[in-house]
Structures are given as structure tokens and as C-alpha cells.
Design a protein. Structure first.
Length: 102
């Protein structure tokens, strides 16, 4: 059986990739050459991979307490903020805005 996929569009770069359900937004981005800052290596120890979910929040896993705690120190946090290293793709389209880049 073929794994479920999720179309992820990254703004403002305007790139859409096809990620696999179960991958993080960060992993899917890096696999397809979309650069997202991730100083801690994707371990939820910083906020450099801070993204804002514009469309498709229901196509990502829910925010966990550790991610919510880490985002408390993020600049420009909104109710749509996530860490790309923690948001797992479920399937379905997602549009995110990159808030930090290398």
C-alpha cells in the first residue's frame, strides 16, 4: 500500500512539495530542497523552524505540550504558530509561511 501524501506549500518562496504522511514539515521540506532554519537539528530545543500555518492545520498533528512550551519564547507567535520539526503531516494540503530562513 502506497503511503499517504500531503501537498505542502511554503510561502513566501511559493514552492509546493509532496510530503509523506508521518513526516514532519521540516523533514519534508529538507527532503525537497526547501531550506528551513533548524539550529537544534529538529529536536524541539529552539524556535528557528517557527512556521505559521495558513491553510490545512487539520492536516497536521495537534500541538503537543513540549512544542507549545517552546513556542512561548518565539518571536511573533500567533494561534497558528507551529514548529516545523514537530508538526507531523497527516495527509491533505497544507500551506505554511516560513518565518525564519538560513
Amino acid at each position: 500500500m502506497e503511503p499517504r501524501t500531503a501537498a505542502v506549500t511554503f510561502l513566501p518562496v511559493g514552492v509546493t512539495i509532496s510530503g509523506r504522511a508521518g513526516d514532519t514539515v521540516l523533514d519534508a521540506a529538507l527532503e525537497h530542497g526547501v531550506e528551513i532554519a533548524h539550529e537544534c537539528g529538529g529536536n524541539c530545543a529552539c524556535t528557528t523552524c517557527h512556521i505559521r500555518v495558513e491553510i490545512g492545520a487539520e492536516n497536521l498533528t495537534s500541538i503537543e505540550p513540549v512544542e507549545d512550551d517552546r513556542l512561548a519564547s518565539a518571536d511573533n507567535r500567533t494561534s497558528r504558530s507551529r514548529l516545523a520539526c514537530q508538526a507531523l503531516l497527516i495527509g491533505g494540503p497544507v500551506v505554511v509561511t516560513l518565518l525564519e530562513t538560513w
